[in-house]
Design a protein around this ligand. Structure first.
Ligand SMILES: Cc1cc2nc3c(=O)[nH]c(=O)nc-3n(C[C@H](O)[C@H](O)[C@H](O)COP(=O)(O)OP(=O)(O)OC[C@H]3O[C@@H](n4cnc5c(N)ncnc54)[C@H](O)[C@@H]3O)c2cc1C
Length: 365
């Protein structure tokens, strides 16, 4: 029996919303947030431990992605950049899961290169008018509000757009195969009018806001996924003990047992990286380099271990209803969301004083 024993079953968009809300009721969204703001008043290490536990129970990378998009895409930007009035207005419902959020950076013509964002905001007497198109945005079909990045006077800025805003269309397509239980879709903004208090942060602060949000997402999104990797390892160990080949158990072959040893080392190394990010955050230190290294290492480790797990199970690993199969797709998605592996290498190189420049690379989604 675990804390998540009553997690509603997955299925459709409605189920995705219910599952996130159930986790919110378990106070999962309140870690590393002060009690004054409605949080648990605990540490990032507590957040890591809680996400790990959820991952191991739910085995659902999509739910983990959805929760992380909500946390780092909307809750933390509000905490870091919101006015007192904005925090009071938005945070309570986002922390309890009554309202669901996320962030929209990517567009059909630009993903890694956030400088190429074309969504435009124009200031009017009563607020702002936004026009543009966002794509591959996690939580769009279940979101009540999304933080949309757009250019205002040519400067990257952030705006809270509600599903119900006139001129905003939150759709449920296109989606991708990996992490598919995390709902995804396009947002079309056509003369979308919003009041002045929907701008979050200052005009031109959008680049820094994206950087901060993605650093947190890169640092902690694997906490839940490591829980899934622990389960994945248990599955292959069990299989290698039971499956017989040439009169002995499969794991007696060094080619197999070495793969399992590699999986163990990868999973534990991911955990060390995520814990290191928590340690840095809990001691108010920067995580720019550590979060990029964590994301790069963990997503590549997740993919390699997911491939190894299937290889060890043979054809059984590829059976249609085998959860291990979908983990390969989830791992491929993890090499793209929050910035691809190539972009993490660019960031790491730039922070080491080489490569193509910190400013140009560090903010990619
Ligand atoms: C499951 C999932 C969830 C997502 N959720 C969100 C979300 O909530 N919000 C959001 O805004 N976006 C989201 N995205 C989009 C994601 O951020 C982008 O897919 C990612 O930034 C890469 O952009 P792209 O797909 O347009 O690829 P591109 O930027 O077109 O890149 C294509 C390839 O070229 C490589 N590349 C590009 N530029 C460089 C460079 N300068 N140096 C080296 N290699 C480079 C990339 O690594 C990639 O391999 C999500 C994506 C996935 C798969």
């Amino acid at each position: 029996m675990t804390q998540y024993q009553h997690l509603p079953p997955g299925g459709d968009i409605h189920a995705s919303r219910l599952r996130l809300q159930y986790c919110a009721q378990e106070n999962l969204l309140k870690h590393a947030i002060s009690t004054e703001l409605g949080g648990n008043g605990d540490r990032f290490q507590d957040l890591v431990n809680a996400h790990l536990k959820l991952g191991k129970h739910c085995l659902d990378s999509g739910l983990i992605l959805s929760i992380n998009a909500h946390l780092w895409g909307s809750i933390f930007p509000l905490i870091l950049y919101g006015t007192d009035e904005q925090k009071q207005r938005w945070l309570p419902a986002l922390l309890t899961g009554e309202k669901i959020g996320g962030h929209a950076i990517t567009e059909p013509q630009t993903g890694s290169d956030v400088n190429a964002i074309t969504t435009q905001a124009i200031q009017t007497d009563s607020g702002f008018v936004l026009n543009g198109h966002k794509r591959f945005i996690t939580n769009t079909p279940i979101a009540d509000v999304l933080l949309i990045y757009a250019k205002l006077d040519g400067k990257l800025s952030a705006f809270l757009i509600k599903r119900k805003d006139a001129g905003a269309d939150f759709s449920d397509n296109p989606s991708v195969i990996g992490c598919s239980s995390a709902t995804m879709g396009d947002i079309l903004l056509k003369d979308c009018q919003i009041p002045v208090d929907r701008q979050l942060g200052k005009t031109g602060a959008g680049g820094m806001m994206i950087q901060n949000a993605l650093e947190l997402e890169r640092a902690f999104i694997f906490a839940g996924i490591i829980g899934i990797m622990q389960w994945q390892l248990e599955q292959v160990i069990q299989f290698s003990r039971q499956r017989r080949t040439n009169g002995q158990h499969l794991g007696a072959n060094q080619a197999i047992s070495h793969k399992i040893a590699d999986m163990k080392c990868r999973m534990e190394s991911c955990l060390l990286w995520v814990n290191e990010c928590a340690r840095l955050k809990d001691s108010a230190k920067r995580i720019s380099l550590a979060s990029a290294q964590t994301k790069l290492f963990a997503s590549e480790a997740f993919l390699q271990s997911s491939l190894d797990a299937i290889q060890i199970l043979g054809a059984q690993g590829l059976m249609a209803d085998n959860k291990l199969t979908t983990l390969v797709q989830d791992a491929m998605a993890s090499r793209l969301f929050s910035g691809s592996s190539e972009i993490q290498k660019n960031i790491i190189a730039a922070l080491l004083g080489t490569g193509t420049g910190f400013k140009a690379q560090v903010r990619n989604p």
